[in-house]
Design a protein around this ligand. Structure first.
Ligand SMILES: [Zn+2]
Length: 226
């Protein structure tokens, strides 16, 4: 089967440190593996993630492992998520708390912005520059105030999500949709709000922060692919 050959070739390229070639093979394995073969898909995504990580594209690596874990909970993608997630479920780069907070803030605000757009990504470099500038300026102000540093992770996420950063409206047609509602994650079985340190209520056995509650990075939100 073609995808199996691609997976095998990819592993050889990976061993030879031919990372870009390895990435293409694993991408092709993912594209060609039948959806019925969950083990094969998960394996291909796992290796694609490993290769992307080695290429320095850590946010994309994380996305692969999350896709892989959803397809097959028992695979090795799951381990990668546990090892490499920070408190927000984003890739742990050895960043300071402050840098992790900043990345989470950008991810959360960008998610807000994309909700107002039909195309869930930036459509031009200019748009990207403007929006990231706006979020950056707001972040600087928050930093200067500095009154969120003592909050817990759960409180920080609520605080970051509720910051009313004002964006220019890019897509008039989306104004009809109600995009203002805040999402509140609740464990309906327990009737409690989910905390980042809890086990996720979806039953995956993962931490909420590493599963349904993870904050997506701006890279992942923007490209929506690998
Ligand atoms: Zn979950």
């Amino acid at each position: 089967m073609y995808w199996k050959k691609e997976l095998k070739r990819g592993k050889q390229f990976l061993a030879d440190k031919e990372l870009v070639k390895a990435m293409r093979c694993f991408e092709s394995a993912v594209d060609n593996c039948p959806v019925t073969s969950s083990a094969g898909l998960e394996k291909s995504l796992f290796f694609l993630g490993i290769t992307l990580k080695k290429l320095g594209r850590t946010d994309s690596a994380m996305r692969c492992w999350h896709l892989g874990r959803k397809i097959r909970n028992e695979g090795r993608s799951r381990q990668m998520i546990s090892i490499h997630s920070n408190r927000y479920g984003m890739y742990r780069n050895g960043d300071s708390d402050q840098v992790e907070d900043e990345k989470a803030f950008f991810g959360l605000q960008l998610e807000r912005y994309f909700k107002t757009k039909k195309a869930k990504r930036f459509c031009s470099e200019a748009e990207r520059d403007v929006i990231l500038d706006i979020i950056g300026a707001y972040w600087s102000e928050l930093q200067a105030d500095g009154n969120f540093h003592q909050l817990s992770i759960d409180e920080k996420i609520r605080f970051f999500r509720n910051q009313p950063v004002i964006f220019p409206v890019a897509d008039i047609s989306s104004l009809n949709n109600d995009s203002s509602g805040e999402i509140i994650y609740t464990d309906f079985k327990k009737g409690e709000l989910q905390s980042m340190d809890d086990l996720c209520s979806c039953g995956s056995g993962m931490l909420f922060s590493q599963c349904c509650g993870r904050i997506k990075s701006s890279v992942e939100l923007d490209s929506g692919k690998f």
